[in-house]
Design a protein. Structure first.
Length: 125
């Protein structure tokens, strides 16, 4: 466990769920036998079966930079190489604030314009 930020325990899929569902108009749906999170009918988070990571939307150019800068944190499985998604390892994240920022960024990529001025929940710390 890290001594920085607001992490007093390891992050898990429940943290992903709690933050995702706090974002305006987010709903959880089961797809491919695991949880996915959507806003306005567009998916922005998936939590794979092992629940040690999650996938979020990420433009391919930014994805390459993220993976190059922090390969212990971000990666793309071969079957998702052509998509605009990146996976993040929960155990590699600094704290709840970093998780929040990643999830909010993915939400903002798909949220409709009418939600642009909606207040977001505060960062955890």
């Amino acid at each position: 466990m890290r001594a920085t930020g607001v992490l007093s325990r390891m992050l898990d899929a429940d943290d992903v769920r709690r933050i995702a569902l706090s974002l305006p108009e987010t709903v959880e749906l089961e797809m491919w036998n695991h949880p996915t999170f959507h806003v306005d009918g567009r998916m922005f988070i998936t939590v794979p079966d092992d629940q040690t990571s999650f996938a979020v939307r990420c433009p391919k150019e930014e994805r390459r930079e993220l993976i190059a800068a922090e390969p212990e944190k971000f990666w793309v499985p071969p079957h998702e190489a052509s998509s605009a998604w990146v996976r993040a390892r929960l155990a590699a994240l600094e704290d709840l604030n970093e998780l929040y920022d990643i999830l909010v960024d993915s939400w903002q990529q798909v949220a409709p314009d009418r939600l642009a001025n909606e207040p977001l929940p505060p960062r955890p710390g």
